[in-house]
Design a protein around this ligand. Structure first.
Ligand SMILES: [Zn+2]
Length: 80
């Protein structure tokens, strides 16, 4: 049954989702795609709410994410 599968998947995710969020390694895996979409004007909270929430609450990830964002933004404006 779908519900059973969903539940197992959610249980699996919940192991990482303590404190209502994901861990640094999981968040970091999404940084590149989040940055690219943010640069395209997307709201990362709509794309990956949990990763966005983690970035908002984790100073380390925030720093890393913003550094990556700055690099990609520079690349984007340098290329035509
Ligand atoms: Zn983090």
């Amino acid at each position: 049954m779908i519900n059973e599968r969903m539940r197992r998947l959610l249980d699996c995710l919940a192991a990482v989702h303590q404190e209502g969020g994901i861990d640094c390694a999981t968040a970091a895996r999404h940084f590149t795609s989040l940055c690219e979409q943010a640069l395209n004007g997307a709201d990362i909270h709509n794309i990956l709410p949990q990763a966005a929430a983690h970035i908002a609450h984790c100073p380390d990830c925030q720093e890393e994410y913003e550094a990556l964002l700055a690099v990609l933004r520079a690349e984007q404006s340098g290329e035509t």
